[in-house]
Design a protein around this ligand. Structure first.
Ligand code: ADP
Length: 270
């Protein structure tokens, strides 16, 4: 059974403010300790693999996980950990960087729509169309009237996806500024991770409060019945992984994908 308490604790009800500043980024969401989280994650990963197989076999609907968060909030780590055990054939991962080339010759949702999962697939967005509101606003890449109207487009775009069979799970991985400082420093100090460090991330770090305010607003404006937001405390990686896995498994269990009925009678292979 799904952990409805965890789901309720992270969910932002339509119209509500996410109250990011009031949320404890190191909340355990009722999980006792790392060991309990590991056992639970193993179970969730197994269930996810089974459900994904059914979704694929059914072939009519899809799931889209949208991951947003500040730099070093653990988007890559969550994907790596939650999707171990899932058949890559049934997945589609897209990471969005600043638009370039042909992307700039279209509206901002063009590349997003093109990257949406096929029927039967689980799609994963590592960053998304929310950058076109939040990053564009905070870094002043477009004038206010341009980003201001986007949440309205996004609500309707996500409604289109939902109406056409894509169930969306939108997750904001929530960390504190101090935790980001530690993680960026680790990135710099670890030769295996150093390549991931981008000096531009420090510019964004200086704009921490502006980013938080922009997320606060866009999450409120775009948490809908058909595509609700979940704010996941992401300071403890084991809590983050269990929460993301739980949200996906709960979504798939409610979708209850059905295996196609065999078109043949009972057969024995000689
Ligand atoms: P990540 O931080 O996701 O691991 P990168 O270091 O390559 O990957 O960062 C991607 C960058 O692209 C982020 O700074 C993000 O804000 C930016 N980005 C993504 N989409 C857009 C967009 N639509 N407009 C502006 N910037 C964007």
């Amino acid at each position: 059974m799904a952990d409805s308490k965890l789901i309720r604790a992270t969910r932002v009800e339509p119209g509500d403010r996410p109250r990011l500043g009031a949320r404890d980024t190191s909340d355990r969401l009722g999980i006792a300790d790392k060991q309990a989280a590991a056992t639970r994650l193993e179970d969730l990963v197994g269930r996810l693999a089974l459900l994904q197989n059914r979704l694929w076999a059914e072939g009519t609907r899809s799931v889209l996980l949208v991951l947003q968060g500040m730099d070093a909030s653990g988007k890559d780590g969550a994907i790596r950990r939650v999707f171990t055990g899932v058949n890559p054939m049934g997945c589609r991962v897209a990471a969005f960087k600043a638009p370039a080339g042909v992307e700039l010759r279209h509206d901002y949702l063009w590349r997003i729509h093109a990257a949406c999962p096929d029927r039967g697939q689980i799609g994963i967005f590592n960053r998304s169309h929310y950058e076109d509101v939040v990053a564009v606003r905070v870094r002043k890449l477009a004038p206010e009237p341009v980003w201001k109207r986007r949440p309205r487009h996004i609500r309707e775009f996500e409604r289109l996806l939902a109406d056409e069979g894509t169930v969306q799970v939108k997750v904001f991985l929530h960390i504190s500024s101090e935790e980001q400082r530690k993680r960026l420093q680790e990135r710099l100090d670890d030769p295996e991770k150093r390549w991931k460090f981008r000096p531009e991330d420090l510019d964004d770090r200086r704009l921490w409060d502006e980013f938080q305010a922009a997320y606060e607003e866009v999450i409120r404006e775009t948490s809908t019945d058909w595509a609700p937001w979940h704010v996941v405390p992401a300071e403890r990686k084991w809590v983050r992984n269990v929460a993301v896995a739980e949200l996906l498994v709960d979504t798939l269990e409610r979708m209850d994908p059905q295996l196609p009925r065999p078109t043949f009678e009972e057969l024995t292979i000689e």
